[in-house]
Design a protein around this ligand. Structure first.
Ligand code: ISJ
Length: 260
């Protein structure tokens, strides 16, 4: 069954399984690929990420300003009440103005506070964007920043899902994990939680999604065979070099605190 924590009520939190978590990760791949396709409409617009385009009174880049301010609004609307969501600028975030729903408590509270968005933002701006955004500057900064934010939010959600992955893996084999956790043995934990076959399938599937979602759809003769809006090999590399390794970092960090 397709799984999102949003569809599970708290009495049901133990029905979360590795399969349902994997289904949720597979569905998120669609969002990752679509959001990259949307960002690829704009050129790199490098001024958004460095000192060139400063917002008066704000210390960081234009993108950081855009992300922080948008997160303020979304926090008021309750976005970060959802344990699957993690802000890039958690300091000084406003409180929600609307009542919170009851989210199921799936994660172990002492381990649930992980936030590696700083590393995700770094990776996105410095490693990923230059791989798929074409050179140039069209000055369309607000729209480009909005699509950056869409990419960042889904990548963050996907990577922090590692906590749910780790929780179900721990529940499935508490003895094996327990020994490694108590010994604080990161290598052993990494080995226990790694499924190379699954990782290989993920990388191949996201490349295929980039081909299917990013092809030119025409009614007549196909002219652009083999031309995609985002290079499928870049999407596969994004997963292989950053998304999967960072998800596993989250898994290990979570497990290390799982018995606190
Ligand atoms: C997420 C999982 O854990 C690990 C990380 C993976 C990923 O980030 O896609 C895939 C396989 C595992 O090595 C999983 O087992 O599904």
């Amino acid at each position: 069954a397709r799984f999102s924590m949003e569809n599970v009520d708290s009495s049901n939190a133990s029905s979360v399984t590795l399969d349902s978590i994997r289904d949720a990760l597979i569905r998120m791949e669609d969002t990752v690929v679509f959001s990259l396709i949307e960002r690829a409409k704009f050129p790199l617009n490098s001024a958004m990420y460095d000192e060139k385009l400063k917002v008066p009174g704000f210390g960081g880049s234009f993108l950081e300003y855009f992300v922080k301010e948008t997160e303020g609004l979304q926090a008021k609307a309750g976005r970060y009440e959802n344990p699957e969501e993690h802000p890039f600028f958690p300091d000084g975030l406003p409180s929600p103005l609307v009542p919170s729903r009851n989210y199921p408590e799936v994660l172990y509270p002492a381990a649930a506070g992980i936030n590696i968005n700083k590393a995700i933002l770094e990776m996105y701006v410095h490693n990923l964007l230059p791989l798929f955004a074409k050179e140039g500057d069209d000055g369309n900064y607000a729209a480009a920043a909005a699509s950056d934010l869409a990419c960042l939010q889904v990548l963050s959600r996907r990577i922090h899902y590692g906590m749910y992955v780790a929780e179900v893996k721990y529940r499935d084999a508490p003895q094996d994990y327990g020994t490694a956790i108590l010994a604080e043995d990161k290598d052993a934990l990494m080995k226990l939680l790694t499924f190379e076959k699954v990782e290989e399938m993920v990388k191949q599937r996201v490349a295929k999604k980039a081909m299917v979602f990013g092809q030119e759809v025409t009614l007549g003769e196909k002219t652009d065979e083999g031309k995609y809006k985002v290079d499928p090999s870049v999407v596969s590399r994004l997963y292989g070099e950053w998304v999967i390794p960072l998800t596993k970092v989250v898994e290990v960090d979570y497990l290390l605190r799982r018995l606190d």
